[in-house]
Design a protein around this ligand. Structure first.
Ligand code: SF4
Length: 310
């Protein structure tokens, strides 16, 4: 069953220097219970996709296209209706949980607040539910931890607290934006296991945003590879990772060597100065003359002139 469908999403930012195109013709389908990841280097538009689903883009953003969630077009909903969906049916966790938690309230109170935002209950019940959520997300001694402040939590524990808040509503869709990037490697593995357990237990769909292909492989069934504001390749994760067709996907996968990320030659273009033709052509080892002026379409899951006959 289809949960989220994004169709031909275009996003421009109005700036003093004119219009900047940050996302171009983006399409995505998420079925109920499926997990899908957006991968690509920083600045390719992954987070813009997440923020547009949550309707949290800055005021200078101009959006066209459709974002359908359970048969409602999120882009046409009023602010109040959207607020009911955000944090209830769709929850999001971020790379830096410390920036999302209020330092002057205890972690437990903030989780209990999220519980009360989702169900009518007395403070005492909200506290019990919050402690249950803390247990669920693996926070040790939750009764004691309930009364502690964010600065008393480690990075991993803060991420667990953030996930507790996200899970207070048992959302249909969890959006996780680089949820493991700021964590130590050992804590990263625990966080992956936690997210995996939660999506299975609550039959949630997951939209993961990451530049880490290892994390993507652990958590997701499908993958969307983005470059400079557009999709360059998509499909089943195993198929794409085992047989990458787009030269950018091939380069991303090649860049992972001995567990370390080596940069791909060249840099992601500035969105204010996107190259003509194929946006990847200045970095592509297979670029032909036509690639410099002729823009490839996304055909059969790949945006590259080399594959247009497939
Ligand atoms: Fe490379 Fe050309 Fe394919 Fe772009 S269209 S990825 S430049 S071969």
């Amino acid at each position: 069953m289809e949960l989220l469908n994004i169709n031909e999403l275009h996003i421009n930012f109005s700036t003093n220097g004119g219009q900047v195109q940050v996302l171009s013709g983006f399409c995505l389908d998420i079925q109920k219970g499926n997990s899908i990841c957006l991968v690509g280097e920083s600045g390719c538009g992954k987070t813009i996709v997440a923020l547009s689903i949550m309707r949290l883009l800055p005021e200078n953003a101009q959006i066209s296209g459709k974002i359908r969630f359970k048969d409602r077009d999120l882009l046409t909903l009023g602010k109040e209706e959207m607020r009911r969906i955000r944090g209830h049916e769709i929850s999001m966790i971020f790379e830096q949980p410390s920036s999302c938690l209020n330092p002057v309230f205890t972690v437990g109170d903030q989780i209990a607040e999220a519980v009360r935002a989702n169900e009518e209950c007395e403070k005492k019940e909200a506290r019990e539910s919050a402690i249950a959520l803390m247990k669920l997300t693996g926070i040790p001694s939750p009764e004691k931890r309930f009364g502690q402040y964010p600065h008393e939590f480690s990075g991993g524990m803060l991420q667990r607290a953030m996930i507790s808040i996200a899970m207070a509503s048992k959302p249909a869709l969890l959006i996780a934006d680089e949820p493991t990037t700021s964590l130590d490697v050992s804590v990263q593995a625990q966080m992956i296991e936690l997210i995996k357990d939660l999506i299975a237990k609550f039959d949630m769909s997951l939209l993961l945003i990451t530049h880490d292909l290892g994390v993507a492989a652990e958590l997701c069934r499908d993958v969307v590879v983005m470059y400079a504001g557009e999709i360059v390749e998509n499909g089943g994760l195993n198929e794409v990772f085992d047989h990458p067709r787009h030269p950018y996907t091939q380069a991303l996968l090649k860049a992972i060597s001995d567990g370390e990320l080596r940069p791909i030659r060249g840099t992601v273009p500035e969105l204010t100065h996107l190259p003509e033709g194929c946006r990847f052509h200045p970095r592509c080892p297979y670029a032909k003359e036509q690639c410099c002026y002729l823009k490839p379409d996304l055909i059969n899951g790949v945006r590259c002139h080399l594959w247009k006959k497939c």
